[in-house]
Design a protein around this ligand. Structure first.
Ligand SMILES: [Zn+2]
Length: 118
């Protein structure tokens, strides 16, 4: 059954437009789901298997997050070229969020993959 087209100005229409705007703004979030990123991340974690921040405190923690040292902010060049560092999710989520003053930063789950919000 075809879904009825929502009337302009209806709540459904508003919500769809909001979703569209959000996905445009965070288009780069989809880059994390590509095979290209998967292999890049793997290479980084193999080259540097321990969390860099933990290591500074003498802790040996397996890293699962391939983090952009410099925030890419949706810049495709920076996103793919790096430089990268390996972090544990705890350090990525806590210290990086703080370092970037509450700007849009991905939160990573224990498995080292970005968590989708909502
Ligand atoms: Zn750490």
């Amino acid at each position: 059954m075809p879904r009825p087209t929502p009337r302009p100005g209806s709540r459904v229409q508003d919500r769809r437009e909001a979703d569209q705007r959000r996905s445009d703004r965070y288009e780069w979030r989809a880059w994390y789901k590509t095979a290209r990123w998967r292999s890049l991340r793997l290479r980084q974690l193999q080259a540097e298997p321990l969390c860099r921040f933990c290591l500074e405190h003498g802790d040996l923690t397996p890293a699962t997050v391939c983090d952009h040292v410099e925030p890419h902010r949706g810049d495709e060049g920076k996103f793919w070229v790096g430089p990268f560092q390996s972090l544990c999710p705890r350090h990525h989520n806590r210290d990086k969020q703080r370092a970037e003053h509450g700007r849009e930063v991905l939160t990573f789950g224990a498995d080292g993959w970005p968590k989708d919000r909502d």
